[in-house]
Unconditional design. Sequence first.
Length: 319
Amino acid sequence: METRKLRDITVSSVGMGCMAFSHGYGKIPPEQYSIEAIRNAYEHGCTFFDTAEVYSPNLSGIGHNERIVGKALKGIREDVVIATKLFLRVGPFGNVYKSVREHLEGSMERLQTDHVDLYYLHRMGGTPVEKVAEAMGRLIDEGLIRGWGLSQVDVDVIDRAQRVTPLSAIQNIYSMVERDSERQVIPYCLAHNIGFVPFSPVASGLLSGKITTETRFEKNDDVRNWVPQLSKANIAGNQPIIDLLADFAARKNATSAQISLAWMLHKYPNVVPIPGSKNKERIIENLDASTVELSDAEFKELDTALNQCKVYGHRGFSR
């Protein structure tokens, strides 16, 4: 697979979000299946794997997903890039560096590694981002992380952090139906050599074309029950986008999900999507989006048509 840069960290052009093996899409698969799925992705050319300390069934407990990723990548650790994330709650007189390092040490133990390649603050809390940036800079100097990032943030926060310790990546929601980051965030990242890592790039499956108004999601621990675009009314409203993707997929001998990923890969050179799935076949399908090449004319046709479609449902940076 071709590679891209998150500042100075080289990764496969499509990465793998690992959350679904622990949380968010209903019943989780057996651990051995999840390990095999991650190894299959690596053997297929993926070198970029994304997890977080909080990814556990029903978000209860810490580290379920990190432990799976650690087991799966043991033995090939030096050949891959691991990204994980922390939630930070520090009181007004707390030591930010000490707290961040404690979280990191826990993640490293679960991931069975002596360093993390890309360490994100998962969401902004009450801690000033400048203090987080300073702590991350110390961890980089100490060799415990190679780079750092922020998730679900707008450009004002990014700029404040960037002025203290240069960022490697921003991970925001981004897809054909969630395009807020195009306004300021992605242009800022391009101008400052920061990678942009879209999560939910296939819009929780909407853009695959496999979800219909009759689809019923699992009742327990399934985020699709509250994803705005996946209400029955909004699935119907977004059908023109699904039809557009299906048309291009047929023309390119690809799948709709692959076209949606190829679109953003063509649009921005610093974008590295991390589609997630708990299904081995879907994971490989998503990775193969890297082989779908849109010509400039095809991209312009697709992008122009997409811009004429109204999007029903919006999440943005708030969740």
